[in-house]
Write a protein that binds this ligand. Structure first.
Ligand code: HEC
Length: 107
């Protein structure tokens, strides 16, 4: 019985710290902490006509657009409003990757 309990605890720990779930959690946390939800809505579903939906978009596309907007390479439309946001400006390549991964899985 004790052995079984130990085994259950051990497997719960392995599942809990599995890399993919941590990555997904980070993406969602970063999406919220970096102010993205303010403009793009909770889970990338925007309520404003000029702010695009991001949920379910392709991962690589999202990552590229985030980095292009932040670097100023993409400056069309209202992209400048996103670049100027101090919370969003913290987003580096790793954060963009994690956020893109999370958003691409939302449907
Ligand atoms: C101040 C509001 C604002 C904030 C904050 C903001 N965005 Fe944006 N974002 C926009 C707007 C507006 C556009 C559309 C730009 C345009 O008009 O072309 C955009 C465009 C994008 C695009 C391109 C979408 C497409 O279909 O091409 C992505 C991806 C994106 N934002 C991700 C993010 C992420 C991730 C964050 C947080 C790190 C963020 N945005 C924060 C306003 C914002």
């Amino acid at each position: 019985m004790k052995k079984l309990a130990k085994l259950i605890v051990a497997s719960a720990m392995v599942v809990g710290f599995a890399v993919p779930s941590v990555m997904a959690a980070d993406g969602k946390a970063l999406y919220e902490a970096n102010g993205c939800a303010t403009c793009h809505g909770p889970d990338g579903k925007s309520k404003m006509p000029t702010y695009p939906n991001l949920a379910g978009q392709k991962k690589k596309y999202l990552e590229t657009q985030i980095m292009d907007i932040m670097s100023g390479k993409r400056s069309n439309g209202m992209a400048a409003a996103m670049k100027a946001n101090p919370l969003a400006a913290k987003t580096d390549k790793d954060a963009a990757k994690a956020i893109a991964k999370y958003l691409s899985k939302v449907n």
